[in-house]
Design a protein around this ligand. Sequence first.
Ligand code: PLP
Length: 539
Amino acid sequence: MLSRKARFNSHGQDSSYFLGWEEYQKNPYHHLHNPSGIIQMGLAENQATCTFVTCFYNLSFDIIESWLENNPDATGFHRNGKSLFRELALFQDYRGLPSFKNELADFMGEIRGNKVRFDPNRIVLTAGSTSANETLMFCLAEPGDAFLLPTPYYPGFDRDLKWRTGVEIVPISCSSSNKFRITKPALEEAYQHAQKLNLTVKGVLITNPSNPLGTSMTRAELNHLISFASAKRIHIVSDEIYSGTVFDTPSFISIAQAMMEYKNLEDTGIWNRVHIVYSLSKDLGLPGFRVGMIYSNNQTVVAAATKMSSFGLVSSQTQHLLTGILADKNFIKSYIDKNRKRIRKRKQMLVSGLLSAGIDCLKSNAGLFCWVDMRHLLRNDTFEAEMELWKKVLYEVGLNVSPGSSCHCGEPGWFRLCFANMSKETLKLSVKRIKAFVDSVGGIDSKGRMISPKRSNTPFVAMEVFTKVLDAPAFLVAFLFLQINKKLLASELVPGDRVNLRVSRLILKDQSHHPLVRDLFKVRVNVLDKLISQEIYYN
Ligand SMILES: Cc1ncc(COP(=O)(O)O)c(C=O)c1O
């Protein structure tokens, strides 16, 4: 029934990245209503509002909300006491509101420390960066042409760049040996690889700062890239959606700045082949507003992309509201500053929590996530082992994280953990769950030290794999569960009690054919829920 295009399999919705989201939707954590649910650490959003079933969190929503409270005209669509309803309802110029594009250009400059200026006439508005990236692929490449992308990269690119355009992605292999930096040989190797596959390379697409690494590109990397793209006469697309999240040194260098400061570019034509993608989804934390853009020096690309933008316009009331916010320069300066500080603090919380569990993160200076090294927790050095660990973390630990393989990382054992889409308390609980898990499985930490499975000395039930119990017959495991359940029913357990029971979901799954265990597996979920909620309420 569906067309070939609609059936085409490169949307990527069956990747672990999206599967994790689905599992989260089925059992979302809520501090009151579902305390044992899955915590969403797979969403790179700066998104604290709780409904009955879920929480919407943005580190800096309160700052924007206070602006909205102080500026009721903006949300009420009034100017100088007069309604703008008719004007906004009828506005249909697909090039967008000039006042909005002016403010957007200023905002981009502000985020880059005003080292570069942006011309509003070179902006094409799109429904988020998703649409901006796809539009650029339509404009720059034929179906079957290739773009080179450094790995690991944002999993959504498989959908955004390839699905409807027919464009191919050829990876530029980056590795942990040099902290995933882009090198000249890696660029050249990817280019040669594409040629061997008979693909015409149209450009390189970078994400700067990187999702999932949380690092911004160095000047040396940018210079390699510029000289490579000049020599090969190909395009550079720089997705700078996280440019406002840079919270630490080194400071952010946009491709626009790197180009300006690069020597001897005059005759290479590269100025016309560099395009920036941006959106307000991350820096203002407004992914629901669907506001993105393409910025290009190439007027032909700007004209073509503007025509294509009809398929993903930004509504006029959204443009109007954001014009008001962005025009308040003092507010914007203070927002950017506060937001960066909050991200830095939150990131530090996650990094130090993980470190206390023997887990290292790649040193980062940007983004709403950490690139976490869990290689020491793998059964062996394979992507199968990475998927095993991912499933354990999802179903047993209750955290939806993104495995490196979903970001096309070439080395098994790396995971992306997002920290800005949840409250401080939820982040603390995530870390607590990870620590309990690491304590239970033991292993060798990222520095090569042995971590033995140990008893938790925190006053809550840690569901740990305990080697003795691993060998225990099913009836013994079942018996232990009966005991704990009986105690709970008889209210013999009080909040904070430690229960000397160490088994894992795995054991039970392995023995799930046993009817007694099957029944008790259900009981166990209730028991855990009760205990975890007690821990949350009273500890
Ligand atoms: C690198 C990158 N580009 C684009 C997007 C899509 O953003 P938008 O919500 O603006 O479509 C994301 C979202 O996570 C991203 O990480």
